[in-house]
Design a protein around this ligand. Structure first.
Ligand code: APR
Length: 392
């Protein structure tokens, strides 16, 4: 088999890249190790900025996000026994939209089917070859058959544990940080505890309440890294949530937990995001802590930047945008990393001198919420890039 761009991974980065390339009439094949239904059902991120909404629209998959997305204009921050709103719409003119990652994937998969593009799900034993030549190859198993895909380029969109980054690991510089706490991540069958996303800094730790739809709540509670979600009884979980929200939410007595997992908070960036004819996009190249909902937006933005490079390469025989991909993508990645890290630092209980650090956090948060200049900067970081800053 031959194609122009071989894409490993059918997550947001891989499927968006495939969709944009198809619109540009650039042949591509997507290879995914999981089944299609698994990728469509996996609940992950769910908050997107206006630039991402615009990207979905420009990629021809924006109709459902407009019909079903829940638009937010502000977020609530609770600290030191009071609640304040970051009215990011008033401060920036931009909103954020709640729309689940799996819905974005469904939209992209449907568009790919309609366009008749080739995807292989449930592949195994993927290997990458010849990335320093002009004709790299991907070998893989599908339906018990060994296959070879010849490409002009390979793009690794296979997430943090995929094969692509590992293939060029020696050529990359790795930056990483593990936070000394985790999140108990809860998916609950119940309406959102508030119409706004709530970030609560309680002296016992963070509570973050958001949503995936009008009937599904997503709640995170700061926990220890080695905790077992099975040891979090429903009673213990509700009690802690109630305590950390300090009455700052509507009742959630009838909620039913559908999922309880422990999520490690980590930060990771590999530089550059390319070696030879292998490019990395999304979680394959970077993980930002989930505190500011930036990971999904960044993965989709990588796909946009890379598609722009391939368009220039195939339509005008210019390599400069492909060469600039890594530098260009990393600028926003580090900006979002900085903001996500700041959100982690001001919202979580620190075990190192907790009382002193709590006062510092409150002071930092309070000045970010109340000084006009700082609040504008906070709001801009929260909503992400403006759609007008985009190409395509
Ligand atoms: N072969 C083929 N596919 C693979 C392999 C492999 N060896 N390893 C992983 N994959 C697939 C995974 O099954 C997954 O479907 O690659 C895909 C990677 O998808 P994601 O992990 O969602 O990564 P990405 O597209 O970069 O999106 C990341 O989504 O939920 C957010 O917080 C997350 O923000 C991050 C963003």
């Amino acid at each position: 088999m031959k194609t122009k761009v071989g894409i490993i991974g059918a997550g947001p980065a891989g499927l968006m890249l495939g969709q944009l390339l198809s619109m540009m009439k650039i042949e591509n094949v997507v290879l995914e190790k999981q089944s299609q239904s698994y990728t469509e059902k996996r609940v992950r991120a769910g908050q997107i900025g206006e630039a991402t909404v615009r990207l979905l629209t420009d990629a021809g998959v924006g109709s459902r996000v407009f019909a079903e997305g829940i638009i937010h204009t502000r977020a609530k921050f609770q600290y030191d026994d009071e609640a304040r709103y970051l009215d990011f719409h008033a401060l920036t003119g931009q909103t954020v939209t709640i729309y689940s990652q799996q819905e974005i994937l469904k939209d992209l998969i449907n568009a790919r089917h309609k366009a008749g593009e080739i995807s292989f799900y449930e592949v195994s034993d993927i290997e990458i070859h010849g990335i320093n030549s002009n004709s790299p190859q991907i070998t893989f198993c599908h339906n018990n058959q060994r296959r070879i895909l010849e490409c002009d380029f390979v793009v690794g969109c296979d997430g943090f544990h995929g094969v692509s980054r590992a293939h060029i690991s020696n050529a990359l510089t790795h930056f990483e940080h593990e936070y000394p706490f985790a999140w108990l991540a809860l998916l609950a069958q119940m309406p959102p505890v508030s119409a706004d996303v709530i970030f609560a800094n309680h002296e016992s730790g963070l509570a973050l309440c958001t949503m995936r739809s009008p009937s599904i709540s997503r709640i995170y509670l700061q926990s220890g890294v080695d905790e077992d979600p099975r040891e979090w009884s429903n009673e213990k979980t509700w009690d802690l949530l109630r305590r950390r929200l300090q009455g700052g939410a509507a009742s959630f007595e009838n909620g039913i937990f559908i999922e309880k997992t422990i999520v490690r908070l980590r930060a990771y960036v590999s530089e550059p995001m390319q070696h030879g004819r292998l490019f990395l996009a999304g979680d394959a190249a970077h993980i930002v802590p989930p505190s500011a909902a930036k990971g999904l937006n960044l993965a989709l933005a990588d796909a946009r930047t890379l598609a722009r490079g391939f368009d220039s390469y195939y339509s005008r025989k210019q390599e400069d945008l492909l060469t600039a991909y890594s530098t260009c993508a990393l600028e926003q990645i580090w900006r979002d990393m900085h903001f996500s890290d700041w959100m982690v630092r001001v919202l979580h209980r620190s075990e190192c001198n907790p009382r002193f650090n709590h006062r510092l956090q409150i002071s930092d948060l309070h000045s970010a919420m109340t000084s006009e200049h700082a609040a504008r900067h906070f709001a801009r970081s929260y909503v992400g890039p403006a759609p007008s800053s985009l190409w395509i």
